[in-house]
Design a protein around this ligand. Structure first.
Ligand SMILES: NC(=O)c1ccc[n+]([C@@H]2O[C@H](COP(=O)([O-])OP(=O)(O)OC[C@H]3O[C@@H](n4cnc5c(N)ncnc54)[C@H](OP(=O)(O)O)[C@@H]3O)[C@@H](O)[C@H]2O)c1
Length: 245
């Protein structure tokens, strides 16, 4: 059996990612900032007959919480095969480059960048023991330099100084980590789930949560000959050369 840990999995895309991995036979450690919300999410999955799942408290911005989650999962003795850095925040919108205050940048980077870095670094040793370790960083097309310099891209006008740049930083972190792990069995990729109707955007997105989660799951279950160090988005224009899923 393979073991996966998903951050921010109590609802929305993270929760559905947990459900789909469970349906594929994975055991899931369901990360939740609120343990109570995590318990409720797990109870819902149990009610659906998906029982190989348990909640793990995790606030990615809190180093003590990350260390405690690492210790708790380590003590299970199961190892870890998949880490999905899904937890993310947008910060208050709109976010112009000219006027968005530094406090907003810090708040967004705390979760979307520093949270991913400290969670990934904490779990890297456990993942190294897996035969087929996978790290999926849930990013956004709004963090793509390529897409955001293409005036024909459908979301070209959707510029978000703090959120977009945080996901751009996450994309580069993904590339650097994948490079460092290039001679190992690791696959480290950044996946844009697509503009999806969730609490994140007051359910304004056109995409569905199952479709979004399926994109994330695809990178979590990659075969040994699969890609690493890539950015995947289906919200691309074909001429960008960005890989579609
Ligand atoms: N929805 C979209 O259109 C879209 C598009 C592109 C990319 N994404 C990315 O997809 C990911 C999931 O988005 P979503 O739409 O599912 O968002 P969502 O509905 O707002 O859910 C976000 C999840 O992240 C958790 N979270 C936030 N801050 C956290 C922290 N400090 N520590 C741990 N967990 C934290 C939330 O926990 P609480 O319940 O405790 O708040 C929640 O479980 C994000 O990384 C987002 O940037 C979303």
């Amino acid at each position: 059996m393979k073991y996966a840990f998903i951050t921010g999995a109590n609802k929305s895309i993270g929760f559905e990612t947990a459900r789909q991995l469970l349906q594929q036979g994975y055991y899931v450690y369901l990360g939740s900032r609120s343990l109570e919300n995590g318990r409720q999410a797990v109870a819902q999955l149990h009610a659906e007959g998906l029982t190989q799942v348990e909640p793990v408290q995790l606030d990615v911005t809190d180093a003590a919480s990350v260390a405690a989650a690492r210790q708790a999962i380590g003590q299970k003795g199961t190892g870890l095969d998949v880490l999905i850095n899904n937890a993310g925040v947008s910060g208050a919108l709109p976010q112009t480059a000219a006027a968005t205050d530094v406090a907003t940048f810090k708040e967004v980077y705390d979760t979307n960048v520093f949270g991913v870095v400290q969670t990934t670094q904490a779990f890297l040793d456990l993942l190294r023991a897996s035969a087929e370790p996978r790290i999926v960083n849930v990013t956004s097309g709004l963090g793509s330099l390529t897409l955001h310099t293409d005036p024909s891209w459908k979301y070209y006008p959707v510029k978000t100084a703090a959120y977009g740049s945080s996901k751009a930083a996450l994309n580069m972190y993904t590339i650097v980590l994948a490079y460092e792990l290039r001679d190992t069995p690791f696959k480290v990729n950044a996946v844009d789930p697509g503009y999806t109707a969730t609490d994140f955007n007051h359910h304004s997105g056109p995409g569905t949560v199952p479709d979004a989660a399926a994109r994330v799951v695809k990178a979590a279950v990659l075969a040994p000959d699969g890609p690493t160090g890539q950015f995947f988005s289906d919200d691309n224009a074909p001429e960008t050369g960005i890989s579609a899923w």
